[in-house]
Design a protein around this ligand. Structure first.
Ligand SMILES: Cc1cc2nc3c(=O)[nH]c(=O)nc-3n(C[C@H](O)[C@H](O)[C@H](O)COP(=O)(O)OP(=O)(O)OC[C@H]3O[C@@H](n4cnc5c(N)ncnc54)[C@H](O)[C@@H]3O)c2cc1C
Length: 374
């Protein structure tokens, strides 16, 4: 039987895998993406879709590797927005919309002021303190008990599932083959990966890229290296309200809500460390509704129209895993983006595609190497 061979084989049809395929195919390489379920059927298709590089807590020196990656991700999203809709015919609603982070007491205000100090130094964003009256002019339905808010311009959002569709169709136009196959192992000879096995066959390649999201832990056995990734479940609600429109994304602690271009209020989220269980639950619904109604008033007419749950890929130290696999010269890893994978995914993909093509990555990625866990 004739064996199948690709220059590049990418495992995982989420945002990291598909964006990597896109960059490599644009450079003329013969690429296949292998996906066990369907494209974008996990976190990449069901995330909230907020793009905010300023979302990290802490001062810039302590977060600089992540912040550099976030800025790269944002830059690649801007490029995508001028390429993918035309190439694919899919409008995925990439747009600028402000964020308004609510502050309820003096302690929260002190923290917010610390973070604002460095955020205000970052080019291309406007970050300012607004008092309660101004905050309520921006979003009239905010809880009036706030003592003020941090208002940010320059941040964006997308509709993640449509983005994944736009990437998929753009990849296919550039000749990428997208195959519905589950990888069950990797064959290695003399420090080189030669093939991956599926339930039916072996697929051969020159280089292998592993972007398996929360399932990336399987790689530990296949490659004999420690890839400590676990799933962190999150749930999102979409609600229809005739009376409330959120023109800025309201945020408080780990929760957020905004009206998206589909006319629905998207609200999240939970953080549930309960393994590979990704069904929507009453707990998730109640928890998101509770935080939403704490932030936003006047939702009495709101009707719940959609409730989703999915799994973030989270590494044991919370940072992404990015770069070459140790001692296996033709394997590359891209995973662990946690709560930020829609933002970071295209940046991770650009770095991975550069490494695959033997180019120097645009930013220092030493903090992200998987050898930190060995
Ligand atoms: C509720 C929620 C809200 C979120 N909101 C945001 C947000 O606002 N902004 C943001 O930036 N990020 C957000 N995220 C995070 C973001 O969704 C994820 O970090 C990102 O989608 C991860 O992308 P990925 O490509 O690494 O993984 P995935 O999307 O999980 O893709 C990995 C793919 O690999 C496939 N796969 C795994 N193993 C195999 C195998 N053996 N063979 C073949 N295929 C395999 C899987 O089926 C899957 O499709 C959110 C996440 C959640 C859960």
């Amino acid at each position: 039987m004739e064996s199948t061979h690709y220059e590049i084989c990418i495992i995982g049809g989420g945002i990291v895998g598909l964006s990597t395929a896109y960059f490599l195919a644009k450079s003329g390489l013969k690429v296949a993406v292998l996906e066990k379920d369907s494209i974008g059927s996990h976190a990449s298709g069901f995330a909230f879709g907020g793009l905010s590089p300023l979302g990290e807590a802490g001062d810039p020196s302590s977060i600089s590797p992540v912040f550099d990656l976030a800025k790269l991700g944002m830059a690649k999203h801007h490029e995508f927005s001028s390429e993918l809709p035309e190439l694919s015919g899919v409008d995925y609603h990439h747009r600028f919309r402000p964020a308004i982070d609510l502050v309820f007491n003096d302690e929260e205000r002190k923290e917010a002021e610390q973070t604002m100090k460095w955020r205000q130094q970052v080019d291309n964003y406007k970050v300012e303190w607004v008092d309660t009256k101004t905050a309520l002019e921006i979003v009239p339905n905010l809880n009036p008990e706030i003592i003020g808010a941090v208002y940010t311009e320059g941040v964006c959002d997308v509709e993640p599932y449509r983005l994944v569709l736009a990437l998929t169709q753009s990849c296919e136009k550039l000749g990428v083959e997208i195959l519905n196959k589950e990888i069950t192992g990797i064959q290695i000879e003399n420090h080189l990966a030669k093939s991956v096995s599926t339930h039916q066959e072996k697929i051969y390649f020159d280089k292998l890229v592993l972007c398996m999201g929360p399932w990336s832990g399987n790689v530990s056995d296949w490659l004999g290296i420690n890839v400590p990734i676990r799933p962190l479940k999150g749930q999102i609600l979409r609600l229809k309200s005739e009376s409330v429109e959120l023109k800025a994304c309201a945020g408080y602690q780990h929760n957020y809500a905004v009206t998206k271009p589909d006319g629905l209020i998207w609200a999240g989220t939970t953080e549930e460390d309960i393994g590979f269980q990704d069904s929507p639950t009453p707990y998730g619904r109640n928890s998101v509704l509770e935080s939403l109604t704490h932030m936003i008033h006047g939702l009495d007419d709101a009707e719940l129209v959609y409730h989703t749950a999915c799994l973030r890929p989270l590494s044991i130290d919370g940072k992404v895993i990015l770069g070459s696999a140790p001692q296996i010269d033709n394997v590359f890893l891209g995973t662990g983006a946690g709560r930020k994978g829609i933002l970071l995914g295209p940046g991770m993909a650009k770095i991975t595609s550069d490494l695959v093509m033997n180019k120097e990555p645009e930013i220092d990625i030493s903090a992200f190497n998987v050898t930190r866990f060995s």
